[in-house]
Design a protein around this ligand. Structure first.
Ligand code: T4K
Length: 397
């Protein structure tokens, strides 16, 4: 092989770094007519005409009875927890982004961490029931990397114990189970439209649900509880989406299907090439899932691969590949949660194992086939040269 890894004295594979993701964006030409209208009308926010149009279009796209939009996904989820009147303790996963347990904290709720399924990376329903206490009011499950949770078993347990179910669907825009769009499960689902997501509104988020009362409560909460000039119905907050975000939403809705189709091709190419390298494992995505190809993750089995995930991370960064260690550190190991009794490492063996093994590789629609080939070649070289790298470069192992 001609290529020599940086850690073995070679030059970087990518002179210009490549990122794990890049957002879809409208062109200036597409934006211009919308900007003209906004600047002329000087209507910038507060449930403006584009926000209303986007909210309607989004509900249609997501195939849900009700969708409400927010300035970001975190506030959307925080209000969702509040809107469902959860309190006390809520069972959730530690293998997620910080926002998931933090929204519970901001609602004065104690997160109770439950271990995950080591194959799907999602909350393991078999381990939920033993964590239910008289204080438990809900389950906050995450469709990790856009892979749907075991919704039947989660909801069966929730029904039996009278608990609410919220899905953090931050990664799952466009995902379906069989033919049913993902926003139709549980009491509510939250989607993130952050720049790093499959679909973005710069920053932004949405909540979907089937209960009109909850939908109304959430719309009140996002605007200080103001129903009308004369009527303030709840102690709400400011979580409104502005007009520019909504325009991004309207324009990106037209692009997202094409973007997902391109991601799918790249995802499949990655998988066919990565399958040749031993010591790698992949997230299990059920056949009934219509996936959105939001993330490309690998699990590095250190003994078989020859290097640990952290070593691979270090070496790939040297090659100009800006891989990410989602989700490490694990939420239950953050200093703000590690003292919780549910956060003990021995109670969360699979989540801790995944946090030490999973690596997120570049995946976005503008990535080229040759980039995928080069990323996989680097991984293959790391595997083939593992003993030398361990001996020369990473002598601490
Ligand atoms: N629940 C879950 C399960 C989540 O994953 C998230 C967010 C939330 C809830 C909360 O939703 P939001 O409130 O964010 O709507 C990122 C995102 O900031 C965060 O939204 C996301 N999850 C999380 C998984 O990832 P970072 O700190 O890793 O992002 P950053 O800035 O390092 O960006 C990653 C790469 O993306 C960059 O290396 C390049 C590219 N990028 C990023 C930005 C911001 C761009 O190309 N353009 C950009 O504008 O957290």
């Amino acid at each position: 092989m001609s290529k020599k890894l940086v850690v073995l004295g070679g030059t970087p594979t990518f002179k210009d770094k490549i990122y794990i993701t890049r957002p879809i964006v409208p062109s200036l030409k597409e934006l211009e007519p919308f900007l003209k209208v906004i600047l002329k009308a000087k209507w910038l926010t507060n449930d403006g005409p584009y926000a209303r149009e986007f909210e309607k279009a989004l509900g249609k796209y997501l195939g849900v009875p009700y969708a409400s939009i927010y300035c970001n996904g975190t506030l959307a989820l925080q209000l969702c927890v509040r809107g469902l009147r959860l309190s006390g303790e809520v069972i959730t996963t530690p293998f997620t982004f910080a926002a998931t347990p933090h929204v519970l904290y901001w609602n004065n709720i104690t997160p109770v961490f439950c271990d995950v399924d080591p194959d799907t990376y999602n909350l393991d329903p078999k381990r939920i029931e033993s964590l239910i206490s008289p204080k438990t009011t809900g389950i906050l499950a995450v469709h990790v990397f856009g892979n749907p949770c075991d919704i039947e078993n989660i909801e069966r347990i929730a029904d039996y114990h009278g608990l609410k179910v919220i899905y953090d669907a931050a990664h799952a825009f466009g995902t379906k189970i069989n033919d049913k769009p993902i926003g139709n499960f549980g009491d509510a689902s939250m989607f993130s439209f952050h720049a790093t997501k499959t679909f973005n509104t710069l920053e932004g988020g949405a909540v979907t649900c089937s209960d009109s009362n909850l939908h109304q409560r959430l719309r009140d909460l996002r605007n200080f509880g103001i129903r009308s000039e004369e009527e303030i119905v709840s102690p709400g907050i400011n979580a409104k989406m502005n007009e520019l975000q909504a325009v991004f939403g309207l324009l990106n809705l037209e692009k997202v299907d094409d973007s997902i189709a391109k991601r799918k091709k790249l995802f499949n190419k990655y998988h066919s090439l990565l399958g040749e390298i031993s010591g790698l494992k992949f997230q299990k995505i059920s056949e009934r899932t219509h996936y959105n190809y939001s993330y490309l993750t690998i699990e590095i089995l250190p003994d078989e691969f020859g290097l640990s995930r952290d070593d691979v991370f270090t070496c790939m960064r040297e090659e100009g590949i800006m891989v990410r260690k989602y989700f490490s550190p694990l939420c239950s190991n953050y200093s703000c949660y590690s003292a919780l009794s549910s956060a003990k490492k021995e109670l969360l063996p699979d989540a801790n194992m995944l946090a030490s093994r999973v690596l997120c590789l570049p995946l976005y629609d503008e990535l080229e086939d040759k980039d995928v080939e080069k990323v996989v070649e680097v991984l293959s070289l790391l595997h083939n040269n593992a003993p030398e790298i361990r001996r020369l470069v990473l002598p601490s192992i």
